[in-house]
Write a protein that binds this ligand. Structure first.
Ligand code: NGO
Length: 599
């Protein structure tokens, strides 16, 4: 499979599944104010509807740009901007039916159209005219002082007039985020996989935008249930839509080892053979993994691979009994208990194994982080655990990478550039705060806020509840910058939403647990604190629901959100195969070795 620019639709992934729900025009929740300035199309979103909320929005009353069969996409010369231009064209061509040629800026003789321009350092986030925090009266400025951690390298400036849409950014990532914003400013039918009739109206005005945090991520646990390549690619598209820039793949656990390692081949020939409840499991070949990394990179998403150590290693031990404390291979494990397994921390053979595995994984990883797990190693005492993790951290840096680990690695010594991923449910942790004082950065994934595998309510058919029930507002109403006592906002790298898959078996299940909570976490990662407001967010989220339905994405119809006009998508059934409007549960995996019928 090649790394195309178009998003993965259900029909590309699941060609035998029934048709996606019929198209409906976007119906706005009754609570939205009426829009007197946009007479030509009631489907046109407002400039202030974008999610995550931009730093600064200035609508131009009465101004609209209309996409036509003659519209051209112009980009700064060079491959980077050109790739973003082709991505945009691929998004728009199918629903509009327009040719939308992508040409180099300056070479087209057609005035106006859409321009994607890489600028010098001065332009992207300050924009022109105006600077963040200097909005004129009557505009929807949300910036104020940019908080520490803002990464203006990913910023963009978008201006829409009656004749042109111009996105300017310092980097291709900024242009890409400008394109995601532009996409949300078109009518929801732009998400259709089939041709629709216009008009394709974009509201006029200016958006100047940049993220609050440099790390905005989601995690997919492909160990408890394996997810074949096309489903991972579809998940990446979901991240990109909301300007997330990291995909953390939980590649190994007690139930399965999911990444090929040439020097230890039994990890996958033996260790990948099952999953929770005894399904067929599966693994990624190096070529398949490289495909995931490249597809993500084309969407400005960095893949963070996790090799969970020293616990959560039963699958590795089944493959190589020599790594077990008693040097005896245990039987495979298909349950959902945690904390019972460990590699032998007193054996040099174990460190050879860790070095080989992390070396091969590092070679597949363009990003700076290797995640080494570190959670729930209950079979070891703290001293042995810390000694082991100290050596593992040195192995990571020896391969030129930085350490990322669950916050239990706080007891290990500091390692240059290391990041602790906090998954607790309390707002105080002395050990973590001390590790941060020693130089570690913090990635926030509180279980009771950001865990996508928690049930929404007691009635949710999938998920767990050990960290509590997590409805959309729980996921939204907290601040990563001030969450953990004694940890200043400057020490916070960002936020990540983990999706553990003990109860999650199909891509429909994944989407049901992901939407609508992932956009909530995305807004925490991207938007300035001043832009965050639950009452406004829930209305913007309602507008996204029409887009998900149009794109065939399953989601939880949270009672906290006024989903007016959204077709009902059946929710998964407990324990059984997940029933979705798009039939995701019945579709065979179209790529990769694992999990036919269950992905
Ligand atoms: C915990 C545990 C995982 C479980 C998950 C389920 C972490 C970091 N370790 O989170 O093994 O799958 O909860 O919610």
């Amino acid at each position: 499979m090649t790394v195309g620019h178009f998003e993965r639709t259900f029909h590309e992934i699941c060609p035998e599944s029934p048709a996606a729900p019929p198209e409906r025009s976007a119906v706005r929740p009754a609570t939205f104010p009426s829009r007197s300035t946009l007479a030509t199309s009631p489907d046109t979103p407002r400039l202030t509807d974008v999610l995550p909320a931009p730093a600064r929005v200035e609508p131009a009353a009465g101004v609209e740009f209309v996409l036509t069969p003659g519209t051209t996409i112009r980009t700064t010369p060079g491959p980077e901007a050109g790739a973003v231009g082709r991505y945009l064209a691929d998004l728009l061509r199918r629903p509009t039916g327009y040719p939308l040629p992508v040409v180099t800026a300056g070479q087209s003789d057609v005035p106006g159209g859409i321009s994607l321009l890489l600028t010098g350092d001065e332009a992207a986030t300050t924009g022109a005219p105006g600077r963040p925090g200097t909005a004129a009266a009557g505009t929807a400025s949300r910036t104020g002082t940019a908080p520490a951690g803002a990464d203006s390298a990913e910023g963009y400036h978008l201006e829409t007039t009656a004749t042109a849409v111009v996105v300017r950014a310092r980097t291709a990532a900024g242009l890409f985020y400008g394109v995601q914003t532009l996409r949300q400013l078109l009518p929801a039918k732009i998400e259709s996989a089939r041709r629709q009739s216009g008009p394709w109206v974009i509201p006029g005005g200016t958006i100047s935008d940049h993220p609050r945090f440099g790390y905005r991520g989601a995690m997919l646990d492909v160990a408890r249930h394996f997810f074949a390549v096309p489903h991972v690619l579809r998940f990446i598209d979901h991240l990109a839509r909301y300007k997330l820039n990291h995909l953390h793949l939980h590649l190994t656990d007690d139930q399965g080892w999911r990444i090929a390692v040439d020097s230890w081949p039994r990890l996958t020939s033996v260790g990948a053979a099952t999953e929770v409840d005894g399904g067929p499991g599966g693994h990624y070949t190096k070529e398949q993994y490289a495909e995931i990394v490249a597809y993500a990179a084309a969407r400005h998403v960095t893949v963070v691979p996790e090799i969970d150590l020293p616990g959560h290693t039963n699958a590795a031990l089944t493959a190589y009994g020599e790594l077990a404390p008693d040097r005896v291979a245990p039987p495979e494990y298909i349950g959902t208990d945690v904390g019972f397994s460990t590699v032998a921390v007193d054996s040099e053979r174990t460190y050879r194994f860790v070095d080989d595995v992390l070396g091969e994984v590092a070679a597949l990883t363009p990003g700076r982080y290797l995640h080494i797990g570190g959670d729930e190693a209950f079979a070891l005492d703290t001293a042995d655990y810390a000694r082991f993790m100290n050596r593992v951290q040195r192995i990571v840096t020896g391969h030129g990478k930085r350490v990322l680990g669950w916050h239990q690695i706080a007891v290990a010594e500091h390692s240059a550039g290391r990041v602790l991923q906090y998954w607790g449910t309390t707002e105080e942790d002395q050990t973590v705060a001390a590790a941060v004082r020693a130089g570690a950065k913090l990635l926030l994934s509180p279980g009771n806020r950001s865990y996508l595998d928690m049930k929404y309510s007691a009635a949710t058919p999938l998920g767990k509840d050990w960290a509590g029930l997590v409805e959309v507002r729980d996921a939204y109403d907290w601040d990563p910058g001030s969450y953990l006592a004694g940890v200043p906002a400057e020490a916070v790298l960002g936020v990540e939403a983990p999706l553990w898959t003990e109860t999650v078996r199909t891509i429909g299940d994944v989407e049901f647990m992901t939407f609508p909570r992932l956009p909530a976490i995305a807004e925490l990662g991207w938007s300035p604190v001043q832009a965050r407001d639950w009452a406004d967010f829930r209305l913007r989220l309602a507008g996204q629901g029409v887009r998900w339905s149009t794109a065939g994405i399953t989601f939880h119809r949270s009672p906290e959100v006024p989903w007016a006009g959204v077709p009902v998508v059946p929710e998964p059934r407990p324990g059984g195969s997940s029933s979705t409007a798009t039939g995701a549960d019945t579709a065979p995996a179209s790529s990769g070795p694992g999990n036919p019928g269950g992905v």
